[in-house]
Structures are given as structure tokens and as C-alpha cells.
Design a protein around this ligand. Structure first.
Ligand code: NAD
Ligand code: LMR
Length: 342
């Protein structure tokens, strides 16, 4: 009864409710790269979701132990393990959402684009399998460089004739999570209340927090805007340097990916009030892919929140123009990677 009243309270307050075990729906989720730094804590958070009935864990190695370990948690979903290319197809059968954190992370001194050579091929191969086995699934791409890996995924899906732009998402939720945290700290706001849309892409200056659109409405000095924007843009590097060669953000990323997954599952389940930022095919700007707030529904992206891009401050407007060439180059690099092999 206590748990139910907590769940009800959480629902009323529109909070996410991973902590309350209440089987509510039966969606199947597959994580590709599940034994990695992000994959493991993400799998744990997904195991706690009341909306998930089956959790498929795929990796090229070490996934059996992760699945055995996780399967002992007394939450409703069943856990299945899949190891290596020969089991990839089975890990994707009848799946509603595929989350892809497979690939190498940065070390100090590297940009996300330095990961392109290894991760582009990994994402291409995995998305080919998604196209063949669960073409209707929502696809959440975490593997960097997201600015290029999402266009790669789109091209692969197009080649396979199953591309639905409404269902392909580059996960930029961590930028929003960071923005909310840093703004709440700086301005002494209640964390639960703060929401900052982050647009553009997911690397360096392509990450553009719209501080002028912060909820609740908050005034920032020019110095605060510069400082907060830089910290949000460099959040990934801050963690890479602190980990000093041992990888990049994994725990905060798992938290952010679980949030986006929970939102997707709520949308699939018919909730008509689901909004998240994501890097998606978009016509909000002249770039083919762009991160913005979107409304999620049963079929994926239902609407773009174009009002976020109206009434920008001069600083934001300049930053938006400044990020476009870099984002465009990353998009073209991704598209070229798939097209040149044709
Ligand atoms: P990690 O090295 O700890 O884990 C990656 C996992 O991918 C490993 O278990 C590895 O075995 C697996 N893998 C490699 N090749 C594979 C393949 N072909 N098929 C299936 N699995 C494969 O790395 P991590 O810290 O978990 O980071 C993973 C990726 O996520 C990196 O590219 C990183 O840059 C990116 N990342 C993105 C964000 C974001 O905001 N979008 C945030 C953090 C990290
Ligand atoms: C992040 O923002 O933490 C990730 O993109 C990982 C990285 O390389 O910074």
C-alpha cells in the first residue's frame, strides 16, 4: 500500500517512477553493447522499469555474467543474454526499442570525432541487423560521434528500405541532464523544477543550451551564460579528464539513457504528454539532423517544438549560426561513410 501511494504521488507529480515496482506494460528492449561501461548500469536501470517485460543484452563478450547477475533482481522483466555476431539477430527479434551504446569511448586529448574510424563501422553493422530484424523499433544511438553515427544509421536504414525518421534518435539527454544540474546548482533552484532545452548536436560547440528558455524562468548575467554554456559543452571532457584514461561518462550516461528510454516507453504506451530533446532528422533549420525538443508518441517523433528556436538571445542566435558548419560537416561525413561503399 505504501509503495502504491508513493507511485501515485510520483505519477501525480509527473515524476519518473523507476523505484516503484508495478508491472504496467510489456515492452521488449535490447541493449547492444550491454557489457560496457554504459551498458551495465543502463541494464540495471532498465531492469527496474515497470514498463519492460524482456531485456535482451547483446555484446561481443562478457555479457553472460552481466545477465546472470542482473537476472537475480526481483523485478518483473526477464533478462536474456546474446554473445557475438551469430546471436545478434536473435537479440533483436520482436524488440520495441533498441539502445546502442556499443563502441569505444574517448581518452584525454581526443575529440568525439576521433572515435569515428572505429565506431562508424560498429554502428553500421548493428543498425543493419536492426533493419533486418526489428525495422519498426525505436532506435536510440548513444555511440559517438553522435553527430555522425545518427546519419550513418539513417543511411543504413534507407539502403535497407526501412528508414522511418520518426523512430531514429541520437541520445543527447545527458546534455539536458547536465544543463539542469549545473543551472540548478548555480542559481540555487530546486533540481526537480529545472528544465533547460539543449539544441544542435552532441559535441563541443554544437551543444547549445538555450538558457533563455530555462524553466522556471530565470535571469542570467552575461558571465553566467558564458560560464554555464562552456561547462555544459565541456561536460563530457570534464569526465574524460577526471577518469584519466579509463573512459568517459558511463553512470550519468546510463541515467540519461534510462530517462530517454522511459520516455519512449511511456510514449509507446499512449502517454500523450512526453517531451524530450533528441538529435533527429529535422526541418527546424537548414541542417538535415538537429537536436531539439520533440514530442514523442506511439510512432516516434510527433512534433518539433519550434517555439524553442524563436526569440533567442543574440548570444544564442550567434552560437546557433556558429555551430552549423561543424554539425553539417559531421553529418556529411556520416552520410559519406555509408554512401561511398555502395
Ligand atoms: P565501453 O568500452 O565501456 O563499452 C562499450 C561496449 O561496446 C563494450 O562492452 C564492447 O565490448 C562493446 N562493443 C564493441 N564493439 C561491439 C560490437 N560490434 N557489437 C556490440 N558491442 C560491441 O564504452 P562506454 O563507456 O560504454 O561508451 C560507449 C560509447 O558511448 C562510446 O562511443 C562513447 O563515446 C559513447 N557515449 C555517448 C554519450 C552520449 O551522450 N551520447 C555519453 C557517453 C558515452
Ligand atoms: C559525453 O558527453 O559524456 C559523451 O559524449 C562521452 C564523451 O566522449 O564526452
Amino acid at each position: 500500500a505504501l509503495r502504491q501511494s508513493f507511485a501515485l504521488k510520483a505519477q501525480k507529480e509527473n515524476k519518473r517512477s523507476w523505484n516503484y515496482i508495478q508491472p504496467q506494460a510489456s515492452y521488449k528492449v535490447s541493449i547492444l553493447g550491454a557489457a560496457g561501461g554504459i551498458g551495465q548500469p543502463l541494464a540495471l536501470l532498465v531492469k527496474m522499469s515497470p514498463l519492460v517485460s524482456a531485456l535482451n543484452l547483446y555484446d561481443i563478450a562478457n555479457v553472460k555474467g552481466v545477465a546472470a547477475d542482473l537476472s537475480h533482481c526481483n523485478t518483473p522483466s526477464q533478462v536474456f543474454d546474446f554473445t557475438g555476431a551469430s546471436e545478434l539477430a536473435n537479440s533483436l527479434k520482436d524488440v520495441n526499442v533498441v539502445v546502442i551504446p556499443a563502441g569505444v569511448p574517448r581518452k584525454p586529448g581526443m575529440t568525439r570525432d576521433d572515435l569515428f574510424n572505429i565506431n562508424a563501422s560498429i554502428v553500421r553493422t548493428l543498425v543493419e541487423a536492426v533493419a533486418d530484424n526489428c525495422p519498426d523499433a525505436f532506435i536510440h544511438i548513444i555511440s559517438n560521434p553522435v553527430n555522425s553515427t545518427v546519419p550513418i544509421a539513417a543511411e543504413v536504414l534507407k539502403k535497407k528500405g526501412v528508414y522511418d525518421p520518426k523512430k531514429l534518435f541520437g541520445i543527447t539527454t545527458l546534455d539536458v541532464v547536465r544543463a539542469n544540474t549545473f543551472v540548478a546548482q548555480k542559481k540555487n533552484l530546486r533540481l526537480i523544477d529545472v528544465d533547460v532545452p539543449v539544441i544542435g548536436g552532441h559535441a563541443g560547440i554544437t551543444i547549445l543550451p538555450l538558457l533563455s528558455k530555462t524553466k522556471p524562468s530565470t535571469a542570467f548575467t552575461d558571465e553566467e551564460v558564458q560560464e554555464l554554456t562552456a561547462r555544459i559543452q565541456n561536460g563530457g571532457t570534464e569526465v574524460v579528464e577526471a577518469k584519466a584514461g579509463a573512459g568517459s561518462a558511463t553512470l550519468s550516461m546510463a541515467y540519461a539513457a534510462a530517462r530517454f528510454l522511459e520516455s519512449s516507453l511511456r510514449a509507446l504506451d499512449g502517454d500523450s504528454d512526453v517531451y524530450e530533446c533528441a538529435y533527429v532528422q529535422s526541418d527546424l533549420t537548414d541542417l538535415p539532423f538537429f537536436a531539439s525538443r520533440v514530442k514523442l508518441g506511439r510512432n516516434g517523433v510527433e512534433a518539433f517544438i519550434s517555439s524553442d528556436l524563436q526569440g533567442l538571445t543574440e548570444y544564442e542566435q550567434k552560437a546557433l549560426e556558429a555551430l552549423k558548419p561543424e554539425l553539417e560537416a559531421s553529418i556529411e561525413k556520416g552520410i559519406g561513410f555509408v554512401q561511398k561503399e555502395a
